[in-house]
Design a protein around this ligand. Structure first.
Ligand code: G6Q
Length: 565
């Protein structure tokens, strides 16, 4: 079957999760499982950990603390089969234009393809140009890191500033933070994303223009927030360096838009290119990762790519029932669609992963936060979860109360490294003990009987204990996954990120979504461009709803309270 015919067949509409034959069976199974407690499942099966855990390279996934049995997993795998996850996976890896609303291939896996195999888009092997850009990034980064690349007064670069937003910020920022122990000791990485002038101003104030290097990271080179910040940084620089010829030593770009980069005044020789088949939130592996290469060096960046490539190989070739991204995706569907869970928590027990929840929030919510299927029909089932989270250990003292005793089910991923980056082993043991304790407590809970025993009233409720005992009971049965890395190395991080990318892909297939467009961000952008000139208008604004017009007029009056508007 030609790929065009295949696409047509897919365009004709495939049912989403609720309409697949296996779904009814899953519903019946869910009705049985809804009252089963994980405590009992563990008691009945001493081999539960072995049955429901999986190792890929240095990554261990323990998914035994989920409300599942062998039957649950078999049915979920059947759901993945019926949704043709394997077929869609192959379409992605072979460069088919699975981003159908933008008519684009989705080939971020090519950016970390470390095999010698070609990967094609429109018949063209993209690997030569991918390798060429990685080579250019490596050469440039080496010049900066070695001090060979000098600023306009002859000083070496000490500060690298990435100016970008969304996918052109969150990925490199998260990776740079995660790999802090590998940073060049004399290069500091900064990230400017917010168009709130406080962000750019605060960072520029701490910089010396003679030693700062700006990377304008923007796929389109047209994003208002980024371009506003980039132009401001350029003006700030020129106010000190005075001659435009110096811009070339201090501004480089990561983009797909050569023309706009040149128009900004950046030498095209200092533009690091990528392509339309790289989605913004999947672009940290591309030229958008230049700040990572500068921070940790090309070798480490390649290790990151290799880690992702290892996960890509696992995802592409492992059977669905032993496939880590598929398992995580199916568990998410189980809770989202069958149990009605609305959110999913990401809880890293690793200081260096504290930006991971924000990164995954975009990766997941911008990909699967959709209610129209890939064939344009409004879906009648729930799709992407609300992804949220924070460093677990701090979360324990903040929001975990709701995880343990709140009225909602919130499945959670706990992520922890076995080996710390510091010598403070005692700290690490405490951290690790807390991670284990939380997952155990969420799973087991504490029964009324156990609570009474702890309260010193084995015989039953006295009047006093009776009043408070229920407050101290934990129902438990809260699902969690544990992901253990040996150590947070570039390789392990690459595996971890790719794991989540593919999890998101699988869920998108099951929900019959196009995970690679983001039309939902457009309306606000359009309205903002209409509102911006209105903020400067002479006459009061009336063209919006009463609330919006009144707020515009309030802002006009109050930002210049003496102008008499
Ligand atoms: C990601 C989105 C979005 C994008 C930003 C920045 O998938 O498309 O977050 O990355 O809007 O876009 P530019 O890189 O084009 O500036």
């Amino acid at each position: 079957m030609s790929s065009a015919i295949q696409m047509l067949r897919n365009e004709a509409g495939e049912p989403g999760v609720l309409h697949r034959p296996v779904y009814r069976v899953l519903q019946a199974h869910h009705a049985q499982m809804a009252t089963v407690h994980m405590r009992d499942l563990f008691a009945a099966d001493p081999a539960r950990f072995e049955r429901f855990s999986l190792r890929v390279g240095g990554l261990l996934l323990d998914y035994s603390k989920n409300r599942i049995t062998g039957d649950t997993m078999s049915l979920l795998v059947r759901l993945a089969e019926e949704a043709d996850v394997a077929g869609w996976r192959e379409r992605m890896f072979t460069g088919e234009k699975i981003n159908n609303t933008e008519n684009r291939a989705v080939l971020h896996v090519a950016l970390r393809n470390r095999s010698k195999q070609p990967m094609r888009v429109d018949g063209e092997d993209v690997m030569p140009k991918v390798s060429a850009v990685i080579g250019r990034m490596a050469t440039f980064a080496e010049q900066v890191r070695s001090g060979e690349w000098r600023g306009y007064t002859g000083k070496r670069i000490t500060d690298v500033v990435n100016i970008g937003i969304g996918g052109s910020d969150l990925g490199p920022q998260m990776v740079c933070q995660a790999l802090k122990p590998y940073h060049h000791p004399q290069l500091k990485a900064h990230f400017i994303s917010n168009v709130d002038g406080a962000h750019v101003q605060e960072i520029l104030e701490a910089l010396n223009p003679e030693t700062a290097l700006f990377i304008v990271s923007s796929k389109t080179f047209a994003t208002q927030e980024t371009m506003t910040n980039a132009h401001h940084a350029r003006e700030w620089f020129l106010a000190r360096a005075l001659a435009t010829r110096h811009v070339a030593r201090h501004f480089v770009a990561a983009s797909t838009n050569r023309h706009a980069v040149a128009a900004f005044g950046i030498d095209p020789a200092h533009m690091f290119e990528f392509w339309d088949w790289v989605g913004g939130r999947y672009s940290l592996w591309s030229a958008i990762g230049l700040s990572i290469v500068l921070a940790v060096g090309a070798e480490r960046f390649v290790e990151l790519l290799e880690g992702a490539h290892e996960m890509d190989g696992h995802f592409r070739h492992a059977p669905l029932e032993q496939n880590m991204p598929v398992i995580l995706a199916l568990l998410g569907v189980w809770y989202n669609n069958l149990f009605g869970a609305e959110s999913h928590a990401i809880l890293p027990y690793d200081h260096y992963l504290s930006s991971l929840p924000a990164y995954l929030q975009q990766a997941d919510m911008e990909s699967n936060g959709k209610s129209v299927s890939r064939d344009g029909k409004v879906v009648d089932y729930s799709t992407g979860a609300i992804v949220w989270g924070a460093s677990g250990i701090n979360g324990q003292h903040a929001f975990y109360q709701l995880l343990h005793q709140g009225s909602r089910m919130i499945p959670a991923d706990f992520i922890v490294s076995v080996e710390p980056h510091t010598e403070l082993q005692a700290h690490h043991d405490i951290l690790f003990a807390h991670f284990l304790a939380q997952t155990e407590a969420l799973m087991r809970g504490r029964t009324r009987g156990e609570t009474l025993l702890e309260m010193g009233s084995p015989e039953g409720d006295s009047a006093q204990t009776g009043q408070f005992v229920q407050h101290k009971v934990f129902d438990g049965n809260h699902p969690s996954n544990a992901l253990l890395l040996q150590k947070l190395t570039p390789h392990a991080l690459g595996m971890l990120i790719a794991l989540y990318e593919h999890k998101i892909f699988v869920q998108g297939v099951i929900w019959n979504l196009n995970s690679y467009d983001q039309w939902g961000v457009e309306l606000g952008k359009q309205l903002a461009s209409r509102i911006l000139p209105e903020l400067q208008a002479a006459a009061p604004v009336t063209g919006h709803d009463a609330s919006t017009s009144a707020l515009i007029n309030h802002y006009r009056r109050m930002r210049q309270p003496h102008a008499g508007l």
